[in-house]
Design a protein around this ligand. Sequence first.
Ligand SMILES: C[S@@+](CC[C@H](N)C(=O)[O-])C[C@H]1O[C@@H](n2cnc3c(N)ncnc32)[C@H](O)[C@@H]1O
Length: 241
Amino acid sequence: MNITRKHNTSVIREFSRFSKDYNSYNQIQAQVAEQLIHKLQQKHYTSIADIGCGTGAIYNHLINNEISFDAFEALDASEQMLLLHPNGQRVTKRYFDFNKPEGFEDLNNKFDLVLSSSALQWSRDLDWTISKLAHIGSSFYGAIFTSNTFKTLHEAASIASPIYPSEEIKKVFDKFYKEARYDICRYKLYFDTKKELFNYIKKSGVSGGEQKLSYKQTKKLILEYPLDYLEFEVLFIKADC
Ligand SMILES: C[S@@+](CC[C@H](N)C(=O)[O-])C[C@H]1O[C@@H](n2cnc3c(N)ncnc32)[C@H](O)[C@@H]1O
């Protein structure tokens, strides 16, 4: 069975539906956001954008690491996630969909730093999204989940990953930025029971609720999944225009 790239409105719906649970089901994304902020080389930026900001992991890590800024723009296509993002004197929260041209117009050359953690795997057309992102800021630091996330699970269910392989992501950044550097990180998240493992997938926002398996298929998958952990793979990107 093949699953095509999921239509974005349903991804946003899933994030909105589970927005209140997000902070309890996002251990890996929390770690990824922290690692991303540790890669920053300056202690001050003029204007920062956070693409797919969610409930504010990036903002919180900037504050905790004493990285200052004059302005911070938190951008997300889920109103519910934006509501949960911290407010602040220097913070602007804005509804923004990285799959649509509308929001990009106002952002051109606005930022010296564009950040994005655990969100851009849901770009419907990564080539198009990154071509636009390259125009809004001179420096980009991001983390994107790759198709090796849930690899064994996808193999067991005979489904294709709905997200991009790392090689495809790299090609896109090489095309639109002058210089791009990459790091791959792999993570394992262990569970006591299969029930907890499958519950996590539903609520974490990593899958975006991607699989539409029947009840019978899901039951078979739970029985046959050979691991007591989930696999994640993240590509870290540092790119300059
Ligand atoms: C896994 S969460 C990551 C949130 C946050 N960056 C973090 O590290 O915790 C992914 C976020 O991307 C947002 N998102 C998904 N598709 C989007 C789109 N097309 N445009 C803007 N935001 C999107 C979701 O609403 C969600 O808040």
